[in-house]
Design a protein around this ligand. Structure first.
Ligand SMILES: Cc1cc2nc3c(=O)[nH]c(=O)nc-3n(C[C@H](O)[C@H](O)[C@H](O)COP(=O)(O)OP(=O)(O)OC[C@H]3O[C@@H](n4cnc5c(N)ncnc54)[C@H](O)[C@@H]3O)c2cc1C
Length: 536
């Protein structure tokens, strides 16, 4: 039997970030990972093996990671992580060759919207300007701390004009906000799609502030040099340098509970590992509470809440990955050469109704009209393919249960990949001759690789159904603490949610260390002082 101070379940970036902070605080921390490699959704795979073509089969577009506190605190650059942030960050191509563009320089973003609708461009500027202090003064500091109960938060926000504007805007859904504020269908579609890139459901009330926040934020899409896996490698280095250990191919069978405390983990292979202080799970709440803890040890309402936990309808992604002899060359770049340098392309959407159709198809389990987004990573980092060759990918939001059953994907995915390639070639005709190899990954493949991504939900649970803020993953479990002493949560199912933000791990580490009475000098001060700065 092994004994350590803390056991972490799952080695995605949230688990690794928490583990690194705890290990640096002097705790003996062991992470148990069911796969044969650590890193979770920070993976890069050579396809085919030995070919030199690298594909980032899970996360690729990391939003402003270099601005996040854990990236700095854990010295990831010293450990080999390096990010590339193309200035022309996102381009949405219309069939007539026009583009709506999102640059790191707002004036350029403005100019592209102005070319389509001067009135909408002015509206965008006004909202963006109003939200710059809200993003930097409220929303970003909030995500870097454990969330407050909603009534406490409301009271604090009502003390400042920025907080009041945020509270007026939030109750809307992104759809309501965009349709109310903007007139041109292509502008509406672009803004709603930008919103959807962060997987927020456009119909979800409570996210009306999301579009202006995105426009006001300095955090742009970035890619990791050498592949996403390099960032995981840097995190693993930070963990190991601080004395933390990661045990791969180790699957927990149950969390051991004694005298009302989580005191260890038994693995499927029969190992028993005791934890002196805590077990921290980065898995989803159904795995943690329903599969790893005996039901008799859970309060009845926690069983009910964990069972009722919902996944994102629009969470699943389908991926088409290409190995190429040439990069995609978009026809629209003949008139607008800047497009040759755009990072992310969005294709197939010019009106908001298309997004609503996508939602309907997800509900019906059928394939919607093709709307996709992706990039050619090797245009920005040639190291991800052999010399002179390229990789490129497109993602599409597609339902998990294709025609009622996720297993239908196995027979359907190759043909769907060809459909996507055909649609893509309409914008970049040279693709027809440039493809050397292609592969696809369905929402079912996502779940097969990372079992915590139930139903292909890459965000670790819906951001609707009240599963937000202090009530994420569900009411009572929203402060990273489980129902037992010594049991904590730290994955995407916690506030603020999925994607590569590291905030669930970062915030959970604050809570665990505070409960253990261990100083965390790196932790930001209390959120109350942040609100107080704005109060007037
Ligand atoms: C196709 C795709 C594209 C994506 N693109 C982006 C993107 O561009 N940008 C972005 O920010 N995000 C993206 N994401 C989402 C991102 O990958 C996730 O939100 C993120 O990885 C979640 O991090 P995490 O640390 O919470 O969990 P994960 O990264 O999911 O890690 C969880 C870990 O737990 C392990 N595990 C699961 N079950 C068990 C068990 N029973 N016992 C032990 N270990 C277990 C898993 O193997 C995994 O290593 C994408 C995801 C997918 C699938």
């Amino acid at each position: 039997m092994d004994t350590c101070d803390v056991i972490v379940l799952g080695s995605g970036h949230n688990g690794l970030i928490l583990q690194a902070y705890l290990a640096r605080a002097g705790l003996d921390v062991l992470c148990l990972e069911s796969r044969d490699e650590a890193g979770g959704g920070m993976t890069t795979v050579e396809q085919p093996a030995g070919s030199g073509f690298l594909h980032n089969t899970h996360s690729f577009f990391h939003r402003g990671v270099t601005l996040l506190p854990w990236y700095r605190d854990l010295e990831l650059e010293r450990r080999g992580a390096q990010y590339i942030t193309p200035s022309f960050n996102v381009g949405l191509l219309c069939e007539d060759g026009r583009s709506l563009e999102w640059w790191d320089d707002f004036e350029k973003t403005f100019a592209s919207f102005e070319a389509v609708s001067p009135e909408d461009a002015r509206t965008l500027r006004r909202w963006r300007n109003d939200f710059v202090p809200i993003v930097s003064g409220i929303l970003e500091p909030e995500t870097q701390r454990p969330p407050l109960p909603p009534e406490v938060r409301r009271k604090s926000l009502s003390a400042s004009p920025e907080g009041r504007l945020l509270m007026e805007t939030s109750p809307l859904s992104p759809l309501e906000f965009v349709l109310r504020e903007f007139k041109h269908p292509a502008v509406q579609a672009a803004l709603l799609f930008f919103n959807g890139l962060r997987e927020v459901d456009l119909r979800e009330p409570g996210f009306g502030h999301h579009v202006p926040s995105l426009m006001a934020s300095k955090r742009m899409a970035q890619m990791a040099a050498g592949g996403t896996k390099q960032v995981a490698a840097a995190l693993i280095h930070a963990v190991e340098e601080a004395g933390g250990k990661i045990r791969v191919s180790s699957r927990p069978r149950r969390i051991i509970v004694e005298h009302g405390r989580a005191v260890g983990v038994e693995t499927v292979s029969g190992d028993v590992i005791k934890a002196r202080h805590a077990v921290v799970s980065s898995l989803n709440p159904q795995q943690t509470f329903l599969e790893l803890i005996d039901e008799s040890l859970l309060p009845a309402d926690w069983v009910a809440k964990a069972r009722a936990f919902r996944y994102n309808l629009l969470g699943p992604l389908f991926a088409l990955n290409l190995n190429l002899s040439d990069r995609p060359r978009y026809s629209a770049a003949e008139k607008r050469p800047e497009l040759n340098h755009a990072f992310m392309f969005i294709l197939g959407i010019e009106q908001p109704e298309t997004l609503l159709k996508i939602v309907e198809h997800h509900e019906a389990g059928t394939i919607p009209p093709t709307v996709m987004w992706g990039t050619c990573p090797t245009q920005f980092d040639p190291s991800q393919a052999p010399a002179g060759r390229h990789t490129a990918f497109m993602w599409e939001k597609l339902p998990y249960r294709l025609n009622g059953d996720a297993r239908n994907w196995d027979a359907a995915k190759a043909a769907h990949g060809r459909d996507m390639l055909r649609a893509w070639s309409r914008y970049a005709p040279n693709l027809n001759d440039a493809v050397l190899e292609m592969s696809t990954a369905s929402p079912l493949d996502v779940e097969r690789t990372l079992e915590n991504m139930r139903f292909g939900d890459l965000l670790g649970g819906s951001l609707g159904h009240g599963q937000t803020g202090y009530n994420r993953p569900f009411a009572g479990a929203g402060n990273y603490r489980g129902h037992l002493q010594g049991l904590y949560l730290c994955g995407s199912a916690c506030f603020p949610g999925g994607n590569i933000t590291g905030m669930p791990g970062y915030n959970s580490a604050q809570v665990v260390l505070a409960d253990l009475g261990i100083d965390a000098p790196w932790a930001p001060g209390p959120i109350e002082s942040v609100y107080a700065k704005l109060a007037r």
